[in-house]
Each structure stands twice: as structure tokens, then as C-alpha cells.
Design a protein around this ligand. Structure first.
Ligand code: CA
Length: 229
């Protein structure tokens, strides 16, 4: 089923080109030019994601965001004008899922939409186990400690999060995109090579021979997995 995106933007040309770009990618779109009609749209047919311009006539983007959050946890990407750093920080603190600064490219916008949808759909995450153990690696998530064959190993926070994520999904391949979204989230717009670099560092710490990994396996063309054995 196509995902439905509600575009709340009072600038008609921009709303139209965003709608067009999203439709070309297979999304279904609705557009609203102000807060009250956005809420009407929302109630008539709840979208999978909302693109919300903060500068709206009448009901402000902030008020609308608060009104939306009272109704649902629908993912929201805020569209902000350049230089409104305080707005962006406040938006993320209020629980927006991401923000895009105007002027933005349609490619960037679509990448953000996909990333947020992936992240919010990722609720098939297994319950966070306190102690993860496989292949001679033991990781205590509450104490943030790691042992390999019973010997404590010092990991950086990101290495730890990455290892925890792969251990939690052990035996199953995770793509670089999935890993980035889960471990780095919305911190930055990072390159997928970030994942490769951290895998390399992790291998030096948890593999007997980092060149011939037995635990952190590369799945060519897809990503990585923690060996089940
Ligand atoms: Ca506007």
C-alpha cells in the first residue's frame, strides 16, 4: 500500500512541486495550505507522515504540531527557513522526527521522508534485552560493558550501540541504511561509509583476526550481520 503524506504548506508552488516529487516516488499526497484544513485532512484520512511548514497563516506550524501530537504519534518533518536554528532545536525537542531547511532539494526531502518512515516503521525491534550474548561476546546493555571470551573490552559509545544493535538482530542481515537509522538516528546526515569504518574498528576489538572475521560478517551488496554461531 502506498504511503500517504500530508503536505502542510501555504506557498502553492512549493506545495505543488513537493507533491509532484513525492507522487513520482509512489507516495499518495494530500496538501493543506493552513492549520484548520490540515486538521480536517488529517481527520478525514490519517496520513503516514506529515510535512509541516512552520510559517503558516492563522494557526502557526507550532500550534498545528501540538494539535497533531494530541491526536497521534504520526511522524512529522518540519520545513524551516534558513537560519532558524532555534526553531529546529525546539522542533526536535518537541518531538518532531526531523526537519528540512528551505530551500531544499527534492532528492534530499525524499531521502528524509524515507528515512523517517523506515525509522518509525521499525517498531518490529525486538525487546531490548539487558544482556546480549553470542559467539563468545557478552554485552551488558544496562552497564554498557562488553566482554570477549570473558575478557573486558573497551568500546566507544557508538561501537557499543552498533554491536548491541547487531547482536540484538544476530543471524539476520542489516543494511547500512538500517544500521545508520538505528544507531545514528537523526544526529546527522551521514554517509553509509560511517558504518563500514565503525565495523572495522569493532572487528579490531572483538575478532581474533580482524581480516578474517568470524563474528561480524559482511554480507556483500547488503550490509552486515552478527554470526548466529
Ligand atoms: Ca509558509
Amino acid at each position: 500500500m502506498a504511503e500517504r503524506i500530508l503536505i502542510v504548506e501555504d506557498e502553492p508552488n512549493l506545495a505543488e512541486s513537493v507533491a509532484y516529487a513525492l507522487q513520482r516516488e509512489g507516495f499518495v499526497t494530500q496538501t493543506a495550505a493552513d492549520g484548520p484544513s490540515a486538521l480536517d485532512c488529517f481527520e478525514a484520512q490519517p496520513p503516514d507522515l506529515v510535512l509541516l511548514d512552520l510559517m503558516l497563516p492563522g494557526l502557526s506550524g507550532w500550534q498545528l504540531f501540538t494539535a497533531l501530537r494530541k491526536r497521534s504519534a504520526v511522524p512529522v518533518i518540519m520545513l524551516t527557513a534558513r537560519g532558524e536554528e532555534a526553531d529546529r532545536v525546539a522542533g526536535l525537542e518537541m518531538g518532531a522526527d526531523d526537519y528540512v531547511v528551505k530551500p531544499f532539494s527534492m532528492r534530499e526531502l525524499i531521502a528524509r521522508v524515507r528515512a523517517v518512515l523506515r525509522r518509525t516503521a521499525g517498531t518490529e525491534e525486538p525487546e531490548a534485552e539487558a544482556v546480549l550474548e553470542a559467539g563468545g561476546v557478552r554485552l551488558d546493555a544496562s552497564r554498557r560493558e562488553t566482554w570477549v571470551e570473558g575478557v573486558p573490552v573497551q568500546l566507544t559509545p557508538k561501537e557499543f550501540d552498533l554491536l548491541a544493535y547487531l547482536l540484538r538482530h544476530r543471524g539476520r542481515v542489516r543494511s547500512r541504511e538500517q544500521i545508520l537509522a538505528a544507531v545514528w538516528g537523526q544526529e546527522e546526515y551521514l554517509d553509509e561509509r560511517t558504518v563500514d569504518v565503525h565495523i572495522r574498528w569493532l572487528r579490531k576489538k572483538i575478532e581474533k583476526d580482524p581480516a578474517v572475521p568470524r563474528r561480524l560478517l559482511t554480507v556483500r551488496g547488503i550490509g552486515y550481520k552478527f554470526s548466529e554461531a
